[in-house]
Design a protein around this ligand. Structure first.
Ligand code: PEP
Ligand code: MG
Length: 757
């Protein structure tokens, strides 16, 4: 086979390593910025044997201005400006990746500018100058003869562009006059809308999650010691990833191994490592080599639409970031103080946010929008507002920018004007006043004006929210989502880890009840590193109790951990997504088997056990009474019951407001469940998110429910609402409203309850 038709590198071209050495001394010379840019274009033109080398930078209005050139007419400098989408430079900007074009004048995007004297040049290679994935400039070379720039040329030019990005940024941060009109960092006020994943309001300055490489670290002074540093960091990274694989001991391992294996393969990928070592041997520091790889992965990620490819690029970026941290000698990420910071990230890994928890964060903004990502679970537990699904957020903000995060509406204001800041300051002040009011009634019981007691419990799932129990004013934990421990772990928790976790929750709760809900995986709660979600219709699929019953090894291990954790104390267990009475019986039988196991093996099991089920499917809502005498309690999961009742995906943003929970048929359905539960002697509580809404809590109390479990942040507002409610004075009008065909039930109920929350 004949070798590919390639233009040989022109005679006189300089090896990348020599180019880096020269670039390094050029940067160290202490010239003015203009002098350095001129030095760079002339160095590159000589080293590449290119007829032209130019640098364009992004201006405040979005145009790209020629700021340095070797080969084009010097009078074009600071005169030639191209619109963001204009010419081949515009193509590099739009694609955010190198453009290697052999016949530039005939390219449809070629834009002729007579003042530059550009027409005789045939070949063009342009690379973006990237800062946090945003194109702030373009570095381009051109040749008169037709020439194919090879891969090494492209990489070398990208490395120089990376150095340029940092030089320009540093100079602009130190106020260089030449850069006064250059838009190195975005600086206009900006309003963005994302998806509110955790409520709350915060104002603060942005901290970008990515590790930053300082320009001072760009060049290696001693290549062999730099190679050693890189080798060591790679070894640490690989043994960390290998350890993740070894710890995978579970019935899910078959599926999860696949994905972890891909991650491991990437970490061991010789071509990734090879490129890093090549970059180091060309004179870059280990940090700069990894940073360069990261910029490439990120730029590709921005253009990738295929979800598998995006996942792999995310993995690669994750590996790049880990490697950068290892090179900086950090094992954790967030021991530093980020007091008052708003953390902005593409997405956060399982442990990342937990590591940040003592760092004083105020809010989070993510590109990721999955409602049950680890970050969402942890942010809710920490009471941090979180907005997700904010595309390209990383390219429009920078560390230090001011931001307002309105987790109630999903609005984000970046670099807000002073009057907007004043508005939000007022809102924050009235919010803290309300919090102080809730704190004042924290230790009072939730009893209505006419003396009806409504027990208020909180929902939990992580150690951090169990720790909130005292502060919340709740009387216990009415829903302990045990799957959270699984969702935030890199690997599946062992029997001992689960036992310890449950024990700690019971210890913290003391005499207050904790209702453990067994694993509720699948549907919207997908374990990291499994392919569990490859179902056509996951919400109706193999999830929750269905999945647990089919994985008895996994399920029994959890039940055993619960029995062992109780050790001499009462234990309450409830099963999620029960669809038929038979499923409840099968699950309960497994629980009793585990209690027997404790007795037979000399382990102390629970002193007594209370077994319940969640009502989340209409089928079970219509059949639970068959379990009279076999079941101790019931709890309605309104999140799921609502979605199955209306056949409307709870996470589909187009449906989120279409079927309000205040709906006559649905409320009557709930009332009927409550009454039938009472008839069977089985108490029915409510534990979906709706219970944390003060109006809904009053409605539930009027429907007959006497126990509500809700997010911790809802307990204060709900307690105040319940204490202001008078059931006997309101009930007749309430029932009448439910019976009549109101055209706007929500409005009528609100005016009946005169709610002021
Ligand atoms: C529910 O469905 O209402 C519920 C409490 O369970 P989860 O939100 O965890 O599915
Ligand atoms: Mg549910």
């Amino acid at each position: 086979m004949s070798p590919p038709d390639r233009t040989p590198r022109p005679a006189g071209a300089v090896a990348p390593r020599i180019l880096m050495t020269r670039l390094r001394s050029l940067m160290a010379e202490g010239r003015s910025l203009e002098g350095r840019l001129a030095g760079v274009v002339s160095l590159v033109a000589r080293s590449f044997v290119a007829d032209v080398c130019s640098i364009y930078l992004r201006m405040e209005n979005g145009d790209f201005e020629l700021v340095a050139t070797e080969g084009l007419k010097p009078e074009a400098i600071k005169r030639t400006r191209l619109a963001r989408d204009e010419g081949l430079i515009g193509l590099v900007v739009r694609e955010a990746r190198p453009q290697n074009i052999q016949d530039a004048p005939h390219h449809p995007r070629f834009s002729y500018r007579p003042e530059t004297g550009e027409d005789p040049y045939t070949s063009f290679l342009g690379v973006p100058i990237l800062r946090f994935g945003r194109v702030i400039g373009v570095l381009a070379v051109q040749n008169i003869v037709s020439r194919v720039y090879d891969e090494e040329d492209v990489e070398t030019l990208q490395t120089i562009a990376m150095v340029m990005a940092e030089v320009v940024t540093t100079e602009s941060q130190s106020g260089a006059e030449e850069l006064a009109d250059v838009a190195v960092r975005p600086n206009r006020p900006l309003e963005l809308v994302g998806r509110s994943l955790s409520e709350g309001l915060a104002m603060g300055s942005v901290h970008l999650h990515d590790p930053v490489v300082a320009p001072a670290q760009f060049f290696a002074s001693d290549i062999s010691s730099e190679e050693k540093r890189l080798r060591k960091a790679l070894e640490q990274l690989r043994s960390y990833v290998d350890a993740m694989m070894v710890q995978q001991v579970s019935p899910l391992a078959g599926e999860s191994r696949d994905i972890l294996e891909t991650y491991r393969l990437l970490a061991h990928d010789p071509s990734w490592a090879g490129r890093l070592f090549d970059a180091v041997s060309s004179g870059l520091s280990a940090e700069a080599a990894v940073d360069r790889a990261r910029r490439e992965h990120r730029a590709r990620l921005q253009n990738a639409t295929d979800s598998y490819l995006r996942d792999r690029l995310h993995d690669l970026e994750d590996l790049d970031n880990r490697l950068l941290r290892l090179l900086a000698g950090q094992t954790g990420i967030a021991n530093t103080d980020h007091d008052g910071a708003i953390l902005v990230a593409r997405r956060l890994g399982p442990a990342d946010l937990l590591e940040y928890r003592n760092a004083g964060l105020r809010a989070l903004i993510l590109e990721d929008e999955s409602t049950t990502s680890h970050a969402v679970i942890v942010a809710r537990a920490l009471g941090l507002p979180l907005i997700g699904g904010v595309e390209r957020i990383m390219t429009v903000v920078e560390t230090g920018d001011q931001a307002i995060v309105d987790g109630d509406t999903g609005h984000i204001h970046i670099r807000p004007e002073a009057d907007l800041v004043a508005v939000y300051r007022d809102r924050l002040a009235s919010r803290s006043q309300r919090l102080a009011e809730f704190a004042a009634i924290r230790d009072l019981p939730a009893v209505t004006e006419d003396g009806v007691k409504v027990e208020l419990m909180m929902n939990a799932g992580l150690g951090i929210d169990v720790d909130n129990l005292d502060a919340s004013g709740a009387e216990g934990i009415g829903l302990f989502r045990t799957e959270f421990q699984f969702l935030v772990s890199e690997t599946l928790p062992s029997l001992t880890e689960q036992e310890e976790f449950y024990k700690r929750a019971m210890d913290t709760a003391g005499n207050r009840p904790v209702l453990f809900r067994t694993l509720d995986l699948g549907g919207d709660k997908i374990l990291r590193n499994t392919r569990q979600n490859r179902e056509e219709n996951p919400a109706l699929g193999w999830r929750s109790l269905r999945f647990a019953l089919d994985k008895p090894g996994l399920f029994r291990r959890q039940l055993r951990a619960l029995c062992r954790a109780a050790a001499g104390r009462p234990l309450s267990v409830m099963f999620p997504l029960v669809t038929t009475p038979e499923e409840f019986r099968r699950a309960k039988a497994l629980l009793f088997k585990e209690m027997d196991w404790c007795t037979k093996n000399g382990r102390e099991g629970p002193s007594e056990v209370s077994v319940g089920a969640m009502i989340e499917t209409p089928a079970f809502a219509m059949s639970f009474h068959e379990l009279k005498g076999e079941i101790n309690f019931l709890s309605i999961g309104t999140n799921d019951l609502h979605q199955y009742f209306f056949a409307a995906d709870r996470d589909n943003r187009f449906l989120s407001d279409r079927y309000p929970i205040i709906n006559k048929t649905f409320l009557l359905f709930l009332k009927d469940i409550c009454e039938r539960g009472t008839d069977c002697g089985v108490p029915v509580s409510i534990c979906g998110e709706a219970a944390g809404n003060p109006v809904m809590a009053e409605i539930f109390a009027l429907l007959g429910f006497r126990r509500l479990s809700m997010p911790a942040s809802g307990v204060g507002p709900v307690k105040r609402a319940i204490r202001n409610l008078n059931i006997s004075a309101t009930l007749d009008s309430f029932n009448a409203l439910l019976e009549e065909n109101s055209s706007d039930l929500q409005k009528d109920l609100l005016s009946l309850l005169k709610h002021s929350a």
